[in-house]
Design a protein around this ligand. Structure first.
Ligand code: HXC
Length: 258
């Protein structure tokens, strides 16, 4: 039996998914993306989980879509099977915070997967590129849309049209990643952050994620209205009352995730 393309472990309220095709630098094929989507939905539906981490190996987060598989596909193959839409976009259904922990290569679809996560922690060794142009392809897993939103049109055009690779420091400066840490600290920093986040009130986290994502999809007026409704809804939450009273009582809040 071949090894599973992903590995999932739980640490308290954190679910960690490791991409696991080391010989192919975690190139993303259907088996991997199907398994990743299923693991994400399982963790999202598990009331004992408050945050999800996606990580790769020391050498590669993921080197992109599996070129060996794609090389002979026809238009009809990808159109009829719904390539990308079918199993790469599952992550968009996830309502809990998703953190990417990236070391080594995050290229093509690997970079796009990181861009689809909510927080990206990069090791100093991380390298980000959308090199599809070298294959006469296109960053078609959200790259042409999420990258300009993340780093602006000028830098996104540079990366997409020239295949320019960013190191971790550049990616940090451009706003592609949230933080950069030494390689040896990537997993501990990410876990510490994930544990911290997963300890907060889950419905509040979900409402914040939904509201921040609105910033990309709505006008400012619509986005502010959405945010205001989400804020008002917090007053229907036991956790919000507990959080504020705990502050006033100078004690730690005990959240019920309700
Ligand atoms: C399939 C891949 C792969 C990929 C690496 N491998 N990337 N296989 N698809 N995307 C395989 C190699 O063929 C090789 O297999 C093994 O992994 C190790 O890779 P090397 O090239 O030997 O390693 P190295 O010299 O360290 O170079 C690392 C690298 C390079 C710079 C990341 O592998 C590379 O350029 N990979 C392709 C990156 C890329 O173009 N990504 C975008 C793909 S398109 P063997 O059997 O020889 O050991 C894409 C589109 C998504 O992502 C959007 C939808 C279309």
């Amino acid at each position: 039996m071949s090894e599973s393309p992903i590995l999932t472990v739980r640490h308290g309220r954190v679910g960690v998914i490791s991409l696991n095709r080391p010989a192919q630098l975690n190139a993303l094929n259907d088996a991997l993306m199907d398994a990743l989507g299923k693991a994400l939905l399982d963790l999202d539906g598990d009331s004992d989980i408050g945050a999800i981490v996606i990580t790769g190996s020391d050498k590669a987060f993921a080197a992109g879509a599996d070129i060996a598989v794609m090389a002979d596909w026809t238009y009809m193959d990808v159109f009829q099977s719904g390539f990308i839409t079918r199993n790469w976009e599952t992550i968009r259904q996830v309502r809990k915070p998703v953190i990417a922990a990236v070391a080594g290569y995050a290229m093509g679809g690997g970079c796009e997967l990181a861009l689809a996560c909510d927080i990206v922690i990069a090791a100093e060794s991380a390298q980000f590129a959308l090199p599809e142009i070298k294959l006469a392809m296109l960053p078609g897993a959200g790259g042409t849309q999420r990258l300009p939103r993340a780093i602006g049109k000028a830098k996104a055009m540079d990366m997409c049209l020239s295949a320019r690779m960013l190191n971790a420091e550049e990616a940090d400066r451009y706003g592609l990643v949230s933080r950069v840490v030494p390689d040896a600290e990537l997993q501990t920093t990410t876990m510490k952050l994930a544990i911290q986040i997963s300890g907060y009130s889950l419905p509040a986290l979900m409402a914040i994620k939904e509201s921040v994502n609105r910033a990309h999809e709505a006008s400012l007026t619509e986005g502010i209205l959405f945010e205001r409704r989400a804020l008002h809804a917090r007053f229907a939450s036991a956790d919000a009352h507990e959080g504020m009273h705990a502050f006033l009582d100078k004690r730690k809040p005990v959240f019920q995730h309700r």
